[in-house]
Design a protein around this ligand. Structure first.
Ligand code: ZN
Length: 470
């Protein structure tokens, strides 16, 4: 449990039944930016990200099969194998995106007894009713239901994600427990006062966040798609459970969607590119991070190849410009940066701009602009530039202190190179061979350097030189 001076941060995590796609990176880059912003202000953070490995029914609804079990049947694996594989894929993508690891990644399946206790308490308090399809939370008993999403409760939303359930009193009522359907034995099943079955999806976040961060905590983050259903339901059950009249969580931050061809990216919509697809196309994960940070988290962001190419070009320019300034000073807080700036007014002015930007609802596009401006500014000394880059990157997390140009460039495969570039490389390699035959070593070395700039590595073998991209 965090101490009083530590901010408790809960970020809704992945349902681990398929590979995360590009749209799934956005909520975690937001949460990571928030963590960096709080660290910048000298505030300690304890972050919990849940791993949903049970209870999430297909189509975010309350009924039907469990997403994990559907995936296990599809892939002819056990549910545990499916969960482990996609959890690993998620964590690998997070690391590639330079998202700092959470303090805890609780798995929902490890907290089912606590969820049963939580639901039992709600039952005792009179917030529930039992149907053959499950134990339901009666949202009409929750006075502030839907406030987070500014929902019109009288009209009871007719969202396509809310399916018809026999006997349900209000459309917004949701399942706390989903018993097995008669004759259909679940793979993941627990015994409960309401029969063998599994918890409803919303329950895990309330239960695990309270256990790991305390009954009330500071900040809850997630995608905008969670605001009107998942988060509203988390709040209703948590505040009913606590019954102390206090808001359960103080602040909520939601990131907007990543939009491809104006259609929301959802797993159900079909294959959407993954980070691995971008990398295979020659883009560096930091270029994708830069692309995400180039938009404000509360704005929809259009994913286009042109935009990611522009981000890759910006990253290349930044790294080219920053490499000669290294090593950068180690800076993670404003206070450290200000101390290092001494009484240099130009440097201080840039630090102020960066601080003002992050303090204005995490305005990362402004920090990027300030960073680029500082690198062009003749009024800034080299040590000033070094400090401004380090400060900006403490918030942006683009690995500007260590990312090498050849890493940024070296992702292409020969097959992706345009024909004229391949021809040029071949010509240089042939010229180098001739220079070596003529014992013109200096020319041969010159060409090798030139090839290195193109990320081409030449190795001399008994049957002649071979080359590859680094
Ligand atoms: Zn959640």
């Amino acid at each position: 449990m965090p101490s009083k001076s530590t901010v408790g941060l809960y970020s809704c995590g992945p349902t681990v039944y398929s590979f995360p796609h590009l749209g799934h990176m956005r909520p975690y880059v937001l949460a990571d930016t928030l963590r960096r912003a709080l660290a910048w202000k000298g505030i300690e953070v304890r972050q919990v990200v849940n791993i949903t490995d049970v209870g999430h029914a297909v189509a975010d609804s309350d009924t039907g099969e469990d997403k994990l079990e559907v995936a296990a049947a599809r892939e002819l694996r056990s549910v545990e194998e499916v969960a482990a594989m996609y959890t690993r894929a998620f964590l690998e993508d997070m690391a590639a995106m330079n998202v700092q690891p959470a303090d805890e990644y609780p798995r929902a399946s490890a907290y089912v007894p606590e969820m049963i206790e939580f639901a039992s308490r709600l039952e005792e308090l009179g917030y529930t009713y039992l149907l053959p399809s499950g134990l339901y939370f009666d949202t009409s008993k929750s006075p502030g239901y839907g406030t987070l999403a500014l929902m019109d409760i009288a009209g009871q939303r007719e969202g396509e994600r809310v399916e018809l359930v026999e006997g349900r009193r209000h459309k917004s009522d949701f399942a706390l427990w989903r018993p097995e359907e008669p004759g259909k034995r679940r793979v993941m099943r627990w015994e409960s006062p309401w029969g063998w079955g599994a918890p409803g999806w919303h329950l895990e976040c309330s239960v695990m966040s309270m256990l790991l961060l305390g009954d009330h905590f500071d900040i809850h983050t997630g995608g905008i798609d969670h605001r009107e259903l998942h988060h509203v339901n988390e709040i209703a059950q948590s505040e009913a459970y606590l019954g102390d009249g206090q808001p359960w969580v103080r602040y909520w931050l939601h990131n907007e969607f990543l939009v491809i061809d104006s259609a929301k990216i959802a797993k159900s919509a079909g294959p959407v590119p993954r980070l691995a697809d971008l990398v295979a196309s020659g883009f560096h994960p930091m270029a994708y991070r830069l692309f995400l940070l180039g938009g404000h988290y509360r704005s929809q962001l259009d994913f286009t190849m042109a935009a990611v190419e522009a981000a890759q070009a910006t990253l290349r320019r930044l790294v080219t410009r920053v490499e000669p300034l290294r090593p950068l000073p180690s800076v993670s807080t404003l206070a450290e940066a200000v101390t290092l700036a001494g009484d240099n007014p130009a440097t201080k002015a840039y630090l102020d701009q960066i601080d003002a930007a992050i303090s204005t609802d995490l305005a990362t596009p402004r920090i990027l602009a300030t960073l680029q401006e500082s690198l062009r500014d003749p009024a800034l000394t080299e040590s000033g530039q070094r400090l401004v880059v380090a400060a900006a990157d403490a918030l942006l997390g683009l690995r500007l202190g260590s990312l090498e140009l050849r890493e940024v460039e070296g992702r292409a495969s020969v097959a992706d190179l345009p024909a004229d570039e391949v021809a040029r490389i071949k010509a240089l390699v042939a010229e180098r061979t001739q220079a070596r035959v003529a014992k013109n070593w200096s020319r041969a070395d010159e060409i090798r350097t030139e090839l290195e700039k193109l990320n081409v590595q030449v190795t001399d073998t008994p049957s002649g030189p071979v080359w590859e991209l680094r």
